[in-house]
Every structure is written in C-alpha cells, then in structure tokens.
Design a protein around this ligand. Structure first.
Ligand code: HEC
Ligand code: HEC
Ligand code: HEC
Ligand code: HEC
Ligand code: HEC
Ligand code: HEC
Length: 296
C-alpha cells in the first residue's frame, strides 16, 4: 500500500487550485464565446531545469543562486515567505535546521552539522586547506588544541542576517577585519594580506612585549632585559601542517628577555598553563591575552 504523504498532498492541492484559478482567468480573459473545444490538458510548466536538485549538475539550485548573488527573495515568491511552500514545494524538506536555507551552514561550513558554520566547505565547495576560503579555519575554531577559542568576530564582521551589508553583497574574497585578541598588547598594526594570504603582526602569533617595570615587583627577577618579547611570526593562512603552531614558533621557550630554563622547568611557575613535559594543560589560559602567572 502506498503511504499518503500529507505534505505532497498539500502541495498537489495547491497546484490544482492554482491550475483551476489560472484556467478561470484564461477563460474570462478570452471570453466564453471564443472558447475552443480542442484545448489540451494544461501542459505542466517546468519552472526549473530538471536538475534543480542534482547537486553535481551546473543546473543545481545552489549554482543558480550563486549566479543571483544569493538573493533568495525571488524564490520566496513561489516557495513561501518562510520557504515552507506556497505555489511551489517547501525547501524545508531538505533544509531541515532552523531558518531553512538561510541557516548559517547552508552556503559555507558543514551542511550536515549546524554547529560548524565556517569553511570547510568553502563558497566554491572546496575543503582543501590550501584553498584560501578554507585555510586554517578549523584549526582556529573547531580543532584548536593549543590556545583559547577564537570566534568569527576576531577576524570578520559577523552578519546578523544573511542580507546584512558587508556579507555577500560585496563578493569574494571575504573581508577580514582583525579585532580583539589579534590586536592586543602592542599588536595594533596586525593585518591580513588577501593576496599573499598571510597574517602579520598579530598578538596571537607572538607580536607581544611585556615590560619589566609593569610586572609585579616579586616577578621582576624573571626579566634579563627591560622587556620580554615574542617572535612576531608572519603566518601563512593556507599552510596547515603544524609548523606554524609548533612550540617556539610564536615565542622562544622561554621568550627573549626571560631567564633561560629548560622546557621541563616552566611548569614550576606556569603550572596552570603547561605541565612538566611542556604540554598545554589548559588551553583557555594560553593565547588568551592574560599573563596567567600574575593570577596568584
Ligand atoms: C531535494 C532537497 C532540497 C530542496 C527541496 C532544496 N534544497 Fe537547497 N540544497 C540541498 C542540498 C543537498 C544542498 C547542499 C549541496 C552541497 O553539498 O553543496 C543545498 C544547498 C543549497 C544552498 C547553498 C548552495 C551552495 O552550493 O552553497 C542554498 C542557498 C539552497 N540550497 C537554497 C534552497 C532553497 C531556497 C530551496 C527552496 C526553494 C531549496 N534550497 C530546496 C537540497 C535541497
Ligand atoms: C514562479 C514560481 C517559482 C519561483 C520564482 C521559484 N520556483 Fe522553485 N519551484 C517552483 C515549482 C512550481 C516547483 C515544482 C517543480 C517544477 O515545476 O519545476 C519548484 C521546485 C523547486 C525545487 C525542487 C523542490 C523539490 O522538492 O524537489 C527547488 C530546489 C527549487 N524549486 C528551488 C528554487 C530556487 C532556489 C528559486 C529561487 C532562485 C526558485 N526555486 C524559484 C516554482 C518556483
Ligand atoms: C583566525 C581568523 C579567522 C577566523 C577566526 C574566522 N575566519 Fe573566516 N576567513 C579568514 C580568512 C583569512 C579568510 C580568507 C579570506 C580570503 O579569501 O582572502 C576567511 C574566509 C572566510 C569565508 C569565505 C570562504 C570562501 O569560500 O572564500 C567565509 C564564509 C568565512 N571565512 C566564514 C567564517 C565564519 C563563519 C567564522 C566563524 C565561525 C570564521 N570565518 C572565522 C579568517 C578567519
Ligand atoms: C545564501 C548563502 C549564505 C548563507 C545562508 C550565509 N552566508 Fe555567510 N557568506 C556567504 C558568501 C557568498 C560569503 C562570501 C562573501 C564575501 O566574500 O564577502 C559569506 C561570507 C561570510 C563570512 C565572512 C565575512 C564576510 O562577510 O565576507 C561570515 C563571517 C559569514 N558569511 C557568516 C554567516 C552567518 C553568521 C550566517 C547566518 C546568519 C551566514 N553567513 C549565512 C553566503 C552565505
Ligand atoms: C600560535 C602562537 C603560539 C604558539 C605556537 C605557542 N604559544 Fe605559548 N604563548 C603565545 C602567546 C601569544 C602567549 C602570551 C600570553 C597569552 O596570551 O596567553 C603565550 C604564552 C605562553 C606561556 C605563558 C603563559 C602565561 O600566561 O603565563 C607559556 C608557558 C607558553 N606560552 C608555552 C608554550 C608552549 C609550551 C608551547 C608549545 C606547546 C607554546 N607556548 C606555543 C603564543 C603561542
Ligand atoms: C621561575 C619562574 C618561571 C619559570 C621557570 C618560567 N617562567 Fe615564564 N614567566 C615568569 C613570570 C613571573 C612571567 C611574567 C612576568 C610579568 O608579570 O610580566 C613570565 C612570563 C613568561 C611569558 C610572557 C608573558 C606571559 O606570561 O605570557 C612567557 C611566554 C613565558 N614566561 C614562557 C615561559 C616558558 C616557555 C618557560 C619554560 C621554558 C618559562 N616561562 C619558565 C616566570 C617563570
């Protein structure tokens, strides 16, 4: 026995209704006297190409929308203001998370996991970290084992809704505006270069200077100079091989200007951050903009 799908029924009903209305209109417009008897059954008007739901076809609706600069208002006229169907079927049968096709993981991020809205998948469906649109997003946001969690806002202006200005009205490449932790301490000159895909002068990658005369008196013995500084590493966004997250790439172990001890000794003073093997034990306290050793 065939199961009757209420949604399909609903859509079919609407389709019939529209057809009947259209027929009445045609009849009224042409006048009953001209009514011909050889009118065929109404031809089903194919609004879209048959491959509209075939994701490997150039006629896939995702590609159609790319060509329309992602404006979905036109689609809503038939598919409903909430995309739940009107004269055309609902989009929500496939776009099942809240906000339907306007969900933040529809066009970038994981289509199946709404908690992952940043690439990979990039706008052009790329997942390779060598692609600028993908780069080190995961390492910063989802698979960050080294430091405090970053958010989109650290590197981008985040749109409040999909049609917010600066979102996709501006076209690729995506705008990068470094903020917050990226600019902490002396790093107010931090910058992203979209041509080279590099970040330079960021606090996070070692553009920091801490001064002896600003340290608590009992800690000043740690300084071997007026200040201690990081290595201010310029990093390549598309090189995700671990080398730019290696110990010693952002600051010396310990930094220049700091008394020199082996890595196995750091935990005696920085024990809330790392262990005696030099492993980060609390990433929320590393690359967080705070000198945790002062938090006694
Ligand atoms: C039959 C299932 C289905 C329906 C119905 C559907 N979609 Fe989709 N849509 C998908 C799938 C699957 C993807 C992701 C394809 C991929 O992996 O790139 C997608 C992707 C998209 C994308 C992102 C395109 C991209 O490649 O980045 C947009 C925007 C979108 N759909 C809008 C809509 C709208 C608007 C409607 C209703 C008018 C709709 N969809 C109806 C299955 C569907
Ligand atoms: C003039 C009305 C109309 C507009 C505008 C419209 N559609 Fe449709 N759409 C339909 C109808 C009717 C169907 C049912 C199949 C058909 O006739 O092609 C449909 C089917 C679809 C499907 C397949 C749904 C399924 O469940 O298989 C997708 C995906 C889709 N449309 C996407 C879009 C997108 C994206 C836009 C905006 C760019 C859009 N449509 C604009 C009328 C419309
Ligand atoms: C550490 C900095 C950083 C963070 C954090 C970050 N991004 Fe990005 N993002 C970038 C860079 C760099 C690019 C590449 C810009 C370019 O193409 O030159 C980019 C590009 C993008 C693109 C365009 C992809 C494409 O296909 O070109 C999207 C979409 C995006 N980011 C979304 C997000 C979202 C959503 C978040 C938060 C969940 C986020 N980003 C967090 C740095 C970041
Ligand atoms: C209909 C497709 C679509 C949807 C849905 C969508 N985005 Fe985007 N998003 C894009 C495109 C295309 C870009 C690249 C635009 C550019 O280069 O400026 C982008 C870029 C971004 C960026 C990078 C900065 C920028 O604006 O360039 C962020 C952050 C972002 N989106 C967050 C979000 C959030 C948050 C949501 C949910 C409210 C969302 N996106 C929903 C298509 C979409
Ligand atoms: C991506 C750059 C980066 C890498 C890689 C990095 N660090 Fe750091 N580290 C920093 C920054 C920036 C600070 C400055 C303080 C802060 O903001 O937490 C710091 C501070 C520290 C501190 C002092 C923490 C405190 O607040 O008292 C220790 C200890 C430390 N790092 C050890 C390590 C060890 C061990 C490794 C390798 C596992 C490592 N770091 C790799 C950027 C980095
Ligand atoms: C004898 C205690 C002591 C040892 C051992 C020690 N540090 Fe420090 N370190 C400090 C103090 C105290 C400061 C902070 C001075 C201040 O308040 O500005 C500091 C500052 C730092 C900073 C920069 C500021 C910050 O806290 O982020 C880094 C990075 C750092 N140490 C890394 C290391 C590393 C790596 C080792 C091991 C190779 C190490 N330290 C061993 C006491 C120590």
């Amino acid at each position: 026995m065939e199961l009757i799908n209420c949604k399909t029924m609903d859509v079919k009903m609407k389709y019939y209704l529209v057809t009947i209305l259209a027929a009445i209109l045609i009849i009224t417009a042409s006048g009953c006297a001209d009514l011909q008897t050889d009118i065929n059954q109404p031809e089903s008007i194919l609004i879209h190409n048959k491959d509209i739901t075939n994701s490997s076809s150039p006629d896939f609706h995702g590609n159609l929308l790319k060509g329309k600069f992602w404006k979905m208002t036109e689609c809503q006229a038939c598919h409903g203001p909430k995309y739940s169907g009107l004269t055309a079927p609902s989009c929500l049968t496939c776009h099942t998370t809240s906000f339907g096709p306007e969900a933040c993981n529809t066009c970038h991020g994981s289509f199946t996991d709404p908690t992952r809205i940043a690439p990979p998948r990039s706008i052009n469906n790329n997942s390779n970290t060598s692609d600028k649109g993908v780069g080190a997003h995961s390492k910063h946001l989802y698979d960050n084992t080294l430091g405090n969690q970053t958010s989109c806002f650290t590197c981008h202006n985040v749109p409040q809704s999909i049609y917010a200005s600066g979102h996709f009205d501006t076209g690729l490449p995506a705008e990068v505006f470094l903020k917050e932790l990226a600019l902490a301490n002396v790093a107010n000159n931090a910058v992203y270069d979209p041509t080279a895909a590099t970040c330079s002068n960021t606090y996070c990658h070692g553009n920091f200077v801490f001064y002896k005369n600003e340290a608590p008196a009992e800690d000043q013995f740690v300084f071997t100079a007026d200040s201690m500084a990081g290595l201010n590493n310029t990093v390549d966004w598309t090189k995700v091989d671990g080398s730019q997250a290696a110990c010693g790439s952002c600051h010396g172990l310990p930094p220049a200007g700091h008394i020199q001890v082996p890595l196995t000794a750091c935990a005696s003073c920085h024990g809330t951050v790392i262990d005696f093997n030099g492993n980060i034990i609390d990433k929320t306290r590393h690359i967080n903009g705070i000198i945790n050793v002062r938090q006694k």
